[in-house]
Design a protein around this ligand. Structure first.
Ligand SMILES: [Zn+2]
Length: 249
């Protein structure tokens, strides 16, 4: 596919979302096909190499086009195959309502790029925040709640979100509904545009469990008027309860 053809394809895909018929419908549960599972496996390995090459922090914000560039030019990463690119596009442009995810589309295009002038790297976190409200909110939370709170996830561009989504697809054997309940599909994450996750220093993975809701810090966060929690219990988006995910309002 030439560059013009690809752009045209992306545009057409954006106008008519790919439906679940492109995946396997097994008694109402939507799964990746065996072929897609294999592509996802290869793609995961490539993304791992890309992460190693550009570094953890840069991997959070790298755009799709830059990822393709690194693939083409650095043999350590290796070029993304047409199959991989088609698969990424299928995930990006699919209508997730088909697999019970009802959140809003947050990322206008697959090639969305984060403007480095508009972001700040948060020391010792490996993560970035947008200047303006997200950065202000983060600073205020540390001041108002506890200075020992940490940023556990900030800006995530499409590639990073895709990587996390593939991990969950693997965990749930290609079940798109299960994966989408615990992580927003690549075009639907508020991390890409402003939200962030917060946690307790030294808590590691526990920061991403319901246990966080039992902490004093969480109770204090709930009293703040300038932020909210994005995914509450039984939210309309169809996402699990995420007490750690700060909604920038
Ligand atoms: Zn989050």
């Amino acid at each position: 596919m030439g560059i013009m053809d690809r752009r045209t394809f992306l545009l057409l895909s954006a106008l008519s979302p790919i439906m679940a018929k492109d995946f396997i419908d097994h008694r109402g549960d939507i799964y990746l096909t065996k072929d897609d599972m294999h592509t996802a496996y290869i793609l995961k390995k490539r993304l791992k190499a890309l992460k190693r090459y550009v570094g953890y922090a840069n991997f959070n914000i790298i755009s799709y086009d830059r990822a393709l560039f690194y693939g083409r030019n650095y043999s350590y990463v290796g070029a993304f195959t047409k199959k991989e690119q088609d698969f990424i596009e299928k995930l990006f442009f699919s209508d997730p309502k088909e697999f019970k995810f009802y959140g809003k589309k947050t990322v206008p295009n697959l090639t969305y790029s984060v403007n480095k002038k508009e972001i700040v790297k948060i020391p010792h976190s490996g993560h970035f925040l947008y200047k303006g409200k997200p950065l202000e909110d983060y600073g205020r939370i540390l001041k108002d709640v506890h200075s020992d709170l940490i940023l556990t996830s900030g800006i995530r561009n499409v590639i990073k979100q895709l990587d996390l989504y593939l991990n969950k697809l693997k965990k749930y054997n290609g079940d798109l509904a299960k994966a989408s309940r615990v992580i927003a599909p690549p075009a639907f994450s508020y991390h890409t545009i402003h939200d962030f996750d917060i946690g307790k220093k030294g808590w590691g993975y526990k920061n991403f469990t319901a246990a966080f809701a039992k902490t004093q810090e969480f109770r204090a966060i709930r009293k703040l008027t300038y932020v909210d929690i994005r995914y509450k219990t039984n939210n309309k988006d169809g996402v699990r309860y995420e007490p750690w995910h700060i909604k920038v309002i």
